[in-house]
Write a protein that binds this ligand. Sequence first.
Ligand SMILES: [Zn+2]
Length: 64
Amino acid sequence: MTCRVCGGPVEPVAWALNLKIVSRSATEFFCLQCLAEHFKTTVASLEEAAARYRAAGCVLFPPT
Ligand SMILES: [Zn+2]
């Protein structure tokens, strides 16, 4: 799977974040970096959000 913006690889955690905060029915995905830019945030805060979702038991997020 490649990023719709930069064509780079979409990591599993980025994929899960796309489904969670972009759309459950997303067919195009952003990599972590482009997701951060799209939402005017930082990769670090996206990773924090992912950690929160994972801790909450969200099945989209693979265990570390
Ligand atoms: Zn990208």
